[in-house]
Design a protein around this ligand. Structure first.
Ligand code: 1GP
Length: 248
């Protein structure tokens, strides 16, 4: 089971590194090198998904990942087309920072019969989009306004509402390719408030940023874009995250 391991890690103060793979941006040819480095570095989880996906063979793509690495693969779907029984689990995202009913309940209803019959571990996730200084695919495609980056009280109240509604994770995302990652003030404020694990992603490009993000209170970080450009960064990034934890 994936979720209990995330909760357990949080309880022990261990930080987790999550690699995001967008099938449109990492070809099957490039996958081998990325996955080799992911194993070397000791990546904890792999997310697969995108706001908008051109690749129409998710099953094949995920089978290819699972053939090479034993790391759990979690769907991070932009919509109900991005489902596959080849994955181990799914972040069932409620876009709680937005006010688009399609992404609060509409797509979930469409996906429900598939998920009901699948063996995927469903992890209900409060997904919060935070302004990262540039319009992102996710804000455009989701037709939602991100929470302003300097409004930590709005982020805290939104995360509180997510936990009260029974969501099991809070994922604050500045969006792939964000100009700047989520502020440490906002991360600390949310992590000091909610009890469910907190995942942070969007615009994390250096090992230093990765380390500061977990120090600020993230239980796990997600990195995609920077690693598509330089997969070698994986080793340093994971080491930076590992260096923070019970010992620090
Ligand atoms: C996006 O949080 C993820 O949903 C990762 O963002 O691609 O900018 O690392 P980056």
């Amino acid at each position: 089971m994936i979720y209990p391991t995330i909760v357990d890690a949080k309880a022990k103060g261990e930080k987790r590194f999550v690699l995001l793979i967008d099938p449109d941006k990492t070809s099957i040819g490039q996958l081998e090198r990325t996955l080799f480095l992911a194993m070397e570095a000791g990546v904890d989880l792999i997310l697969v998904g995108s706001s908008l996906l051109m690749n129409n063979d998710l099953d094949h793509y995920i089978r290819r990942i699972k053939r090479q690495v034993p790391v759990p693969v979690i769907l991070f779907p932009g919509n109900a087309f991005q489902l596959s029984n080849e994955a181990d689990g799914i972040f069932l995202l409620s876009l709680i920072s937005g006010r688009n009913p399609e992404l609060l309940i509409g797509q979930h209803v469409i996906a429900a019969p598939f998920l009901w019959q699948s063996d995927l571990e469903v992890i209900p996730t409060g997904y919060m989009l935070i302004d990262g200084g540039v319009p992102t695919s996710v804000s455009y495609i989701s037709n939602t306004t991100p929470i302003p980056g300097n409004k930590k009280d709005i982020a805290v109240c939104t995360a509180m509402a997510g936990q009260l509604m029974g969501l099991k994770l809070i994922y604050m995302d500045a969006g792939s390719g964000a100009k700047h990652p989520i502020s440490h003030k906002m991360i600390s404020a949310v992590s000091e408030t909610v009890e469910v694990p907190l995942i942070i992603g969007g615009g994390i490009r250096t090992p230093e940023q990765a380390q500061l993000t977990v120090k600020a209170g993230a239980d796990a970080i997600v990195v995609g874009n920077a690693l598509e450009e330089s997969p070698e960064l994986l080793l340093e990034m994971v080491a930076a995250v590992r260096s923070v934890g019970v010992a620090s």
